[in-house]
Design a protein. Sequence first.
Length: 524
Amino acid sequence: MNDKPTYDELEQKNRELEGELAHHKKNSALFECIFSSNYDSAVFADSHSRIVFSNPALSRIFASETVGTVVKDIDGKVLGSLDIMRDISKRKTAEKALWKAHEVLEQRVQQRTDELTKERDKAQKYLDIAGAIIVVFDKNENVTLINRKGAVVLGYTEKEIIGKNWFDIFIPEHEIASAKAEFLRLIDGKARSLKSSANIIVTRDGQELLIEWHNTVLRDMQGDITDILSSGIDITDRKKVEIALQESAEKTKRFAYSVFHDLKNPAIGLTGLIRHLNKKYADLFDEKGKMWCRQIMTTSEQINLLVENVNCLITTTETPLRFEEANLEEICGNIREEFSSQFTDLEIIWSVPEPAPIIKIERLTITRVLRNFIDNALKYGGDNLTTIEIGYLDSGDSHIISVRDDGNGFNDEEREVIFQTFYRNAKPGIAGTGLGLAIVKEIAEKHGGKAWAEPGMEGGATFYISISKNFNESSEPSDASTNNVTGDRARDVQTALNTDGTGMPNSSANEPGERNKVRSLEQQ
């Protein structure tokens, strides 16, 4: 039997092999196309590490990451290895740039952290050297920050205070309700920030201190209130001094009233006696005796004036103000009539603002101010005095009333002392107590304003008083001790001013008993 394949069988086998070969060539071409067009590089090496195939991407790769695999035939025999290399040059460049940026950012963060640390340390240093207590509270009433001064005053360390409820530990029980009410108004945004308040705190050793606080709210980026910053100063000693001063002032005031009444009656009696003496027995005196009588009369009148002015100075600061709508022209008219004889004798040109405003003032005291200004001009104006002019200016917050004259005026040195108590110009032959302008100063301050004077460019002077528009009766103290003497003070002011309330002199202003004493002496 012949085992050799026939020609037909060989031909058939040949055709099968050519078909497989064509199929492999097609697959080979396909794989070659795939590998050639791939962005990643592919390298095939045989079992002896000789490169059999590589695609064009290999030439473009400078930095790569490689994934390798072993290639085997169907029988498990190793044919070689296939390495796929991906170009990571751009990624490496990006990573390098990213790391560099990261380093720069870290440096900036560290630099900013150092700066913030320095600023925090500096702020803490300022807080610690501050002479005031500085505390920050959160919305739960807990302390989140306190400076060294605050810790020292309270007698605790800062660590012992931070995180503690302020009201439970540091406020005495009798103060908690009012202090918490103020705190809640601030937290709720109902109280004005930076408004001052005072309350008592209790220290570690149980001592109670009166602290004056200035509070402000702290807000987040959305504008919501998050904390309260408070700065406080210990006013315990100051309050004790104020109370002592008030008590001393009350004693002085009572003494002054006593002296006023004790001096007033003898002074009036002396005046009445010397008038009676001069009237009944003047013909019996020689010229020297008559001169002595005139000197005694002048001296007694000075005593009366001094007593009245001292009383007026005291009562100016004590008597409650009675504000009313008043026409400045009417007040000026009353004063002009009061001084009419002197104006006529000296041929004074008088002028008032036109149109004269209607302003809310305390008529009685402002009349006193204008009277004192004009009296001062007549006393010290000298022979140069020809004009007295009343002026008015609305400054927005205040009424400013002025009296200008063209007399002798005063120098710059006198400007600083002219409103001081008992200051007098040392010109001979001019009577006065040195209290007229001091009274004006007290009146101005009581009206929430001030008094000042300016010398004229070519002689003369202008005296000013400002009256606050926001100042009224409600600004005055209303304690019981003040109210108890209101009636007496009002009568004393009425007497001192010699006025019936309209600004015009009133001969009946003296108390009836005193007036009768004078009349009885003159009738003897």
